[in-house]
Design a protein around this ligand. Structure first.
Ligand code: NAD
Ligand code: USQ
Length: 404
């Protein structure tokens, strides 16, 4: 038998870019717990955005240094930390040479659609940060770790809301008597969502040209705050955004219900998206790493578990709020975005389930726990940050300070 089988296999080494953020922090702890060797690479720019816009996470969060120290003291597991910007190729090269990752999970982007629509400079920052960062990761893999599997966070928003079923990455088209399987058409609806489309194109090309192995996780909107690991200590607590720039639909509605603010349904509220629990984000990433793409393969998974319209989310939160004694009202806010408010939506999401994903579906009890978490920290809520302040149509070149 193969000699290699007798050697003890070394633990797989996973570099988590964006590991200080909402999805990345939960994932770093989860993978470390599963005995992967984990390194976090993060520029901490997300914390800077909070300062610049006068925002704060609902939950109090510790510095990244205290977070990893606390993890070590609780579990005796080390998470290596590299603080720097992946747009700086020299920094990124050093992290690759020093850590030698087997997989890179790339969460490290500017991820808010409203942020990318504040003004010209934020639009340019978003596309520069995201597209160049990802290009640098691709070059680093090619140069230093060509067998390393790239697991890249994309978004369901790359597809937009077409009037046909959404497939997982590719669609087979019959045209004038000929047939081909092609990348599914992309229609991003913000400069942020478009940055992900550009990333996907660059990754697909380098898989073909250089034989890179990559998985694009087209993730839906994430909700929830705790995972088994973040619950272990208050210093491991995850961030939870509720403001009009970084807060996402369901998480925002829970905070709004907790403080007695009417739920902010934009426009007609028929906007339908895929959603998933943060505990499923960490599970999906683990499944992608454990079952890597082949060299040269550009694999696309749609990463969400259920789809809801904004109106459906509002009525779920109203119902569960009532059970907890909250009087939840809804208000229709003129839509600050340009998007379809009533549309067909049916997106496939079977590939991660085939790999073994066991979804945590949005049940009353789960909503209870997200709502209770919002109630627990409601004194920290700055209600001035709740209404949306960024308009898709009014974006201009003049630098804009978003403030109350
Ligand atoms: P987040 O803003 O909480 O975390 C992103 C982290 O990346 C931050 O800690 C930030 O400092 C870091 N970062 C950004 N640019 C960097 C750079 N150039 N170099 C190094 N670090 C950098 O975001 P999140 O909610 O955890 O999202 C993570 C990823 O998942 C993003 O790519 C996002 O597009 C994707 N995603 C998120 C959601 C969601 O609902 N939160 C849904 C779908 C997809
Ligand atoms: N919406 C409301 N009221 C609110 C907030 C949002 O009606 O108070 C609506 C929006 O108009 C939109 C939908 O809810 O139609 C989703 O908005 P969102 O802010 O929850 O999500 P989005 O801007 O799409 O971005 C988030 C993450 C992003 C990720 C994306 C996944 O910030 O990183 O890529 O979800 S997806 O939506 O599938 O593209």
């Amino acid at each position: 038998f193969d000699h290699k089988d007798t050697e003890p296999s070394r633990p797989k080494r996973v570099m988590i870019i964006g590991g200080d953020g909402y999805c990345g922090w939960a994932t770093a702890l989860h993978l470390s717990k599963q005995n992967y060797e984990v390194a976090i690479v993060d520029s901490l720019v997300r914390r800077l955005f909070d300062h610049q816009l006068g925002l704060e996470s609902l939950t109090p969060i510790s510095s990244i240094h205290n977070r990893v120290r606390r993890w070590k003291s609780l579990t005796d597991k080390t998470i290596e930390l590299f603080v720097g910007d992946i747009c700086d190729f020299e920094f990124l090269s050093e992290t690759f040479k020093s850590f030698e990752p087997d997989s890179v999970v790339h969460f490290g982007e500017q991820r808010s659609a409203p942020y990318s629509m504040i003004d010209r400079s934020r639009a340019v920052f978003t596309q520069n940060n995201n597209v160049i960062g990802t290009l640098n990761v691709l070059f680093a893999i090619k140069e230093y770790r060509e067998d390393c599997h790239l697991v890249k966070l994309g978004t369901m928003g790359e597809y937009g809301t077409p009037n046909i079923d959404i497939e997982e990455g590719y669609i087979t088209i019959n045209h004038n008597g000929r047939t081909d399987t092609l990348p599914y058409p992309k229609q991003g609806s913000s400069f942020y969502h478009l940055s992900k489309v550009h990333d996907s194109n660059n990754i697909a090309f380098t898989c073909k040209a250089w034989g890179i192995r990559a998985t694009d996780l087209n993730q839906g909107v994430v909700y929830g705050v705790t995972t088994d690991e973040t619950e272990m200590h208050e210093e491991l607590c995850n961030r939870f955004d509720y403001d009009g720039v970084f807060g996402t639909a369901l998480n925002r509605f829970c905070v709004q219900a907790a403080v007695g603010h009417p739920l902010t349904v934009y426009g007609k509220g028929g906007q339908t998206r895929g959603y998933l629990d943060i505990r499923d984000t960490v599970q999906c990433v683990e499944l992608a790493i454990a079952n890597p793409a082949q060299p040269g393969e550009f694999r696309v998974f749609n990463q969400f578990t259920e789809q809801f319209s904004v109106n459906e989310l509002a009525s779920l939160v109203t119902k569960v709020g009532k059970k907890l004694g909250l009087d939840v009202k809804t208000t229709s806010v003129p839509n600050p975005r340009v998007e379809a408010e009533e549309h067909y939506y049916n997106a496939k999401h079977t590939k991660l389930v085939e790999l073994g994903l066991k979804p945590h579906l949005l049940s009353d009890s789960l909503l209870d726990s997200v709502l209770n978490n919002a109630i627990r920290f409601k004194d920290r809520v700055d209600t001035k940050q709740i209404m949306p302040s960024v308009s898709w149509k009014k974006i201009g070149v003049k630098p804009k300070t978003v403030s109350a």
